[in-house]
Design a protein around this ligand. Sequence first.
Ligand SMILES: NC(=O)C1=CN([C@@H]2O[C@H](COP(=O)(O)OP(=O)(O)OC[C@H]3O[C@@H](n4cnc5c(N)ncnc54)[C@H](OP(=O)(O)O)[C@@H]3O)[C@@H](O)[C@H]2O)C=CC1
Ligand SMILES: O=C1O[C@H](COP(=O)(O)O)[C@@H](O)[C@H](O)[C@H]1O
Length: 519
Amino acid sequence: MTTTTVNFEQQAAEGAVYYLFGATGDLAKRKLFPALFSLYKEGKLAENFAVVGLARRPRTNDQFRSDVYESIVEFCRYKADDTALWNKFAEHFVYMPLDINNVDGFRELNQLSSELDKKFDIAGNRLFYLALAPDLFGPVSFNLRDGGLLGSDGWKRLVIEKPFGYDLESARKLNAQLSQVFKEEEIYRIDHYLGKEMVQNIEVVRFANAFFEPLWNNKHIANVQITLSETVGVEDRGGYYDKSGALRDMMQNHMLQMLTMIAMEPPSRLQPEDIRDEKVKVLRSLRPYRSSEEVRASVVRAQYSEGAASTKSLPGYRQEDSVNPESVTETYFGARVYVDNFRWAGVPFYIRTGKRMPVKTTEVVIEFKNVPENVLFGSREDVGPNLLVIRVNPMEGMYIKFNAKRPGSDREIQPVAMEFCQSCQVGINTPEAYERLIYDAARGDSTRFTRWDEVAQAWTFVDPIAKAWKESDSDLAFYPAGSWGPEPMDRIIEEDGFHWWPVNGQEEDNVVWISGSRK
Ligand SMILES: NC(=O)C1=CN([C@@H]2O[C@H](COP(=O)(O)OP(=O)(O)OC[C@H]3O[C@@H](n4cnc5c(N)ncnc54)[C@H](OP(=O)(O)O)[C@@H]3O)[C@@H](O)[C@H]2O)C=CC1
Ligand SMILES: O=C1O[C@H](COP(=O)(O)O)[C@@H](O)[C@H](O)[C@H]1O
């Protein structure tokens, strides 16, 4: 594998043509246009770039620019005095109707690209962003090659959205198709959780703090809890989601990627390949579920039924648009996972993700073991474990929970939480994950993208779960929309003598918070 050394000091990305396949879609509207505008505003795109919007729908350049404008006004930090900037930005945008299956259209696109290179003084650098259904990734790659788009002088990069396959076999096929056209180091597989500020912060918290680094192992950590709860249902993505479910939509990628960031060994250098080497070792160390019984003992799947949030009643999953009324697709996934290596042997990682839960939050809780042989306080019930809680989304920050003496009491103990609230200081979602990832791809920094062996290894872990589920759906549980998910997952964690720590907005009453910037 080629090793790329990245110059992290570089500010503006090198000039390039950005090809946005799927330019009329939801992701482009909600994430990609706003991210590009923010990058431009921050001076990270320089002036020599062009964006070509591509999809089948007919659109003039002006119509397309007006779509982009609406999107950034709705989803970006757009201010009235951004107007002059917008006008300059918009000049870089063009639209070309193109059906992915039409190779002649790609030849025309190549012609347009040469014109854009000349107009904006671009040295042939090309970034192809595929915001498309995954079955189109292969055909686009072939047509990019056959249409002549890979023949220019500069670099070529392919950025692809998830999901990368449906299982290991289909992922392998897809990878084989892409590999016929692009080298591994030219392929940027997006997992937008890796673009989130607090996920990136995990390595800093771990490796830059004498507080934590020596404690980060099975001698001191009792368990790790990762929660990714969403209040939304499947919205208008029922067609996709019903075939995917929480296992493939969230667990195979975002959840496992977060787990690798928590569990990986320190890389020898902070360079893309070194970090990814360590992450893949964690994935290889995951203890596989070897039978359906093992899956059932440690994995829970569930689907939301009718329920309510505040006073609003909510439909069950089977009543959602484009969902099979007898669907057995899981909208909740929970599991107890072990990383069988020297650092983590015996430490359970509890993972849960679900749609239509009471709050939108992503949090990682590291629960430490109690002080060993604590003869003075060990037997007292009011001594709780220390926690490090990393808030990933939508609130960003972290806190530590520890024990202190209640002021004025004899030796009464109270839990205290000391918090660093990043979003209180710099605003929520700053910078947005997609902004960071597009910028990284444009600079050639692949650290926050998933390498093929990571994807393959993640499927290797996930496939036996899907296989066990296929045998029978008798273990599918149900939870009312707006609730915290099914009871069996609580049972698994209680079996080990632990419980879920409250997440976002649901802290225990008796905790004293120390935070200048909170509430
Ligand atoms: N939306 C989201 O929040 C997220 C999406 N993703 C991933 O991003 C990708 C895109 O998702 P999303 O934007 O939601 O999907 P949409 O269905 O909203 O958009 C799909 C886009 O593909 C275009 N398209 C479809 N068929 C063709 C074709 N034959 N030729 C050319 N263009 C075509 C459509 O345009 P037209 O009909 O005009 O051709 C449209 O612009 C998917 O892989 C998804 O899994 C990942 C994470 C989150
Ligand atoms: O990739 C996906 O992620 C979103 C959740 O992302 P977040 O950044 O809002 O936490 C999820 O809703 C979607 O189903 C999934 O495809």
